[in-house]
Design a binder for this molecule. Structure first.
Ligand code: SAH
Ligand code: SF4
Length: 338
């Protein structure tokens, strides 16, 4: 599929078939700027090159199967992929611009005990083109520009590392979607070796870590990935990331009633991340029918927030979006509609 190719990869292919490199610039312009839907619409290419491209590459698109609109303007799109799998993509409108939450896998193998996406085992990874097309299709459907991309939909992006990195390249490239790296956020449950790899990429993309616990006991229970990479290993990787990239990291912390939301937990969390250039995003839990977890009360949330604040931690409480259409983080699930 043509959207799976970065500029460099397509240049390599063009050189191999005896075409000039600048033709890639033309093809990218048709794909990412003029947004055509077939090779035959690329009218400044020679006929024989169009035929070659048609033979070599699928064009690729996502088929809209459903759309749900929330009272707050959040829109959940269901797209069907070529193989029949269905993915969810969420559009959110903020005062400062708009944001698209994209999916990276069909299902998720990390299986966190509070998350709807993990209810279904991973069926397959999305390709970089399938990730990028989510933005292109939504921009077309809404006739708008997406200013921010959050890689926080279904799946664990670092379990689909190479495709996700390539998708970031295509999002960020001046020849691609031209979305500034600082307008892209990627969230991981904490695949430690990949955090080191990501740090070494030296991208200016924002990295968010789904922490959700202040000690190993709670985290082992919530996120079985913690049995593999403990908090101390995770924090070490985060420190490496911050040092290597000079960027602030963000920690996501879902507040679960009676599980991780005591004042004691807030102090423990402050100790855990003390000295790290970080901010903490406190996330109201979106309750999932299949699980018993409850969202923390407003007063407990504020108490938790106050402790962190007093301990000198940068902290915000995340604004909820699209709750009425189950479009919030962690409520997305992929369903195979064959
Ligand atoms: N797999 C990656 C990215 C996708 S999940 C990760 O885990 O980071 C995106 C965010 O939504 C994560 O912080 C995740 O913990 C959170 N999340 C999952 N289920 C949720 C729920 N029911 N309510 C609120 N946030 C949830
Ligand atoms: Fe997967 Fe992230 Fe959900 Fe955990 S929180 S199951 S890693 S999508």
């Amino acid at each position: 599929m043509i959207y799976n190719y970065t500029v460099e990869e397509l240049e390599e292919y063009f050189l191999k078939i005896g075409e000039k490199k600048f033709r890639v610039t033309q093809v990218f312009e048709w794909l990412y700027k003029k947004r055509v839907s077939s090779f035959s619409q690329m009218t400044n290419l020679k006929k024989d090159l169009i035929v070659k491209l048609e033979k070599q590459f699928e064009f690729g698109n996502l088929k809209l199967v459903d759309k749900m609109i929330s009272a707050d303007g959040t829109i959940k799109f269901l797209f069907k992929l070529k193989d029949g799998n269905v993915i969810e993509t969420v559009f959110m409108n903020y005062q400062w611009g708009n944001s698209l939450c994209v999916t990276t896998q069909i299902g998720c193998n990390i299986g966190c005990s509070f998350c709807a996406s993990g209810l279904e085992d991973k069926v397959r990874d999305l390709t970089s083109g399938e990730i990028v097309l989510q933005i292109i299709e939504v921009e077309k459907l809404l006739e708008t520009r997406i200013s921010n991309v959050v890689i926080m939909g279904i799946g664990e992006p670092f379990d689909n590392y190479d495709h996700t990195i390539k998708a970031i390249d295509l999002l960020n490239s001046p020849k691609g979607l031209e979305i500034g790296a600082r307008h892209i956020t990627i969230s991981t449950s904490g695949l430690v070796p990949k955090i080191y790899d990501f740090a070494d990429e030296k991208l200016q993309v924002n990295l968010a870590i789904s922490l959700h616990a202040s000690n190993d006991k709670i985290r082992n229970h919530l996120m079985k990935i913690n049995n593999k990479y403990s908090l101390s290993e995770l924090i070490k990787a985060v420190e490496y990331y911050v040092e290597k990239t000079n960027r602030r990291i963000s920690f996501e912390y879902i507040l679960l009633k009676g599980v991780n939301d005591s004042e004691n937990n807030a102090h423990e969390l402050s100790n855990l991340i003390r000295g790290i250039n970080a901010y903490v995003n406190l996330i109201p839990y979106n309750e999932v029918d299949e699980f018993e977890y409850k969202s923390s009360s407003k007063p407990d949330t504020l108490k938790f927030y106050d402790v962190l604040k007093k301990r000198g931690i940068n902290v915000t409480i995340r604004q909820e979006k699209g709750r009425d259409i189950y479009a919030a983080c962690g409520q997305l699930r992929s369903k195979n509609m064959g």
